[in-house]
Every structure is written in structure tokens, then in C-alpha cells.
Design a protein around this ligand. Structure first.
Ligand code: FES
Length: 167
């Protein structure tokens, strides 16, 4: 059975072929993972942050799809030189717009990229034992979605294991 290709924008395809800031950062101040290794949709964000809470460098590793790689590439480009407070305000919708739109089934890929960024920012302040006033106590939509996906993936993996054991 042949698969219908997804209507990816030119920009997504371009960034998928030539992603920016791809790779592990050895001297990162903080890193965060979103997604689940069992289903393969996993992303890690690395941030190098200076004393003024400005992002000096951002890189990512992705085991997600083209949409995930493209949105992560855009996010890491955008946040370079930004204060953490401003980087926090980036939404998955604005990122989706910047890549020329995402097919509906790929919304979660952009959500995962922003979710990973926000987790990294939270982890940074947790490490510093600080809570800036602009950082919401409650998890945001992007963070909740990342969590939900991880839960779903775990349930699926458990079901598959049970099915395998039953065969
Ligand atoms: S990251 Fe899951 S399909 Fe794109």
C-alpha cells in the first residue's frame, strides 16, 4: 500500500534537509528531554545560558519526524541571544507559522519542540533554586502535551509488551 505524502511546506523540507543547531552540546548549562524513547518521537534541547539569563547557544537532538526537526531548528535559531523570559513566550503556533504551517497530524511535533524548550528553562531555574515572577507555576499547554504524549507512549509500550508475552 503506498502512502500519501504529507503536505509539508517548502520551508519544512528545507530545514529537514539542512537543520541548524543539530547535535549534542557538551558544555550546556542545562538540557531537557521531551517525548518518549520507546515510540521514537524524542527530542532533547541543550541551552548555554550566561549570568544575565541570556541564551548564548542552543542545540537539539531529535528522533522525531521532519516537522519536529524543522520546528526545533527554528526554535533554536530564534532563541539565540534571547533572555529566558522572552524565549519562554514562544508558542508552538508561532513556530508552526514560521515553518509555513504544519499538517494537522503534525501539530504535536511543534508542540514537543516548544515543550522541550520550556522544560529546559524550568530545569535551569530549578537548578538555581529560583522562581522568576514570569514563570507560571502551572504547566503550560505545551508542557502538558509533552507529558500526555509520554504517558500515552508508555501505555502503548506496556500493551505491546503484554501482547508479545501473550503470543
Ligand atoms: S515528532 Fe511525532 S510524528 Fe513528528
Amino acid at each position: 500500500m503506498s502512502r500519501v505524502p504529507l503536505p509539508y511546506s517548502q520551508k519544512i523540507l528545507e530545514l529537514f534537509r539542512n537543520p541548524k543547531n543539530l547535535g549534542k552540546m557538551e558544555d550546556a548549562t542545562v538540557s531537557a528531554v521531551a517525548g518518549n524513547p520507546q515510540c521514537g518521537d524524542m527530542i532533547t534541547f541543550y541551552l548555554k545560558i550566561n549570568d544575565q539569563d541570556i541564551i548564548e547557544k542552543a542545540t537539539f537532538e531529535s528522533y522525531g519526524c521532519a516537522a519536529n526537526i524543522a520546528t526545533s531548528s527554528i526554535v533554536t535559531e530564534k532563541i539565540k541571544g534571547m533572555k529566558l523570559e522572552d524565549a519562554w513566550k514562544i508558542t508552538w503556533k508561532s513556530v508552526a507559522e514560521e515553518v509555513g504551517g504544519l499538517p494537522a497530524v503534525k501539530f504535536h511535533c511543534g508542540v514537543l519542540a516548544v515543550g522541550a524548550l520550556r522544560r529546559a528553562i524550568r530545569a535551569y531555574y530549578q537548578k538555581k533554586q529560583q522562581t522568576p515572577v514570569w514563570l507560571p507555576k502551572e504547566l503550560t499547554f505545551e508542557e502538558k502535551q509533552a507529558l500526555e504524549e509520554e504517558e500515552l507512549a508508555k501505555i502503548l509500550a506496556r500493551r505491546m509488551r503484554t501482547a508479545e508475552e501473550g503470543t
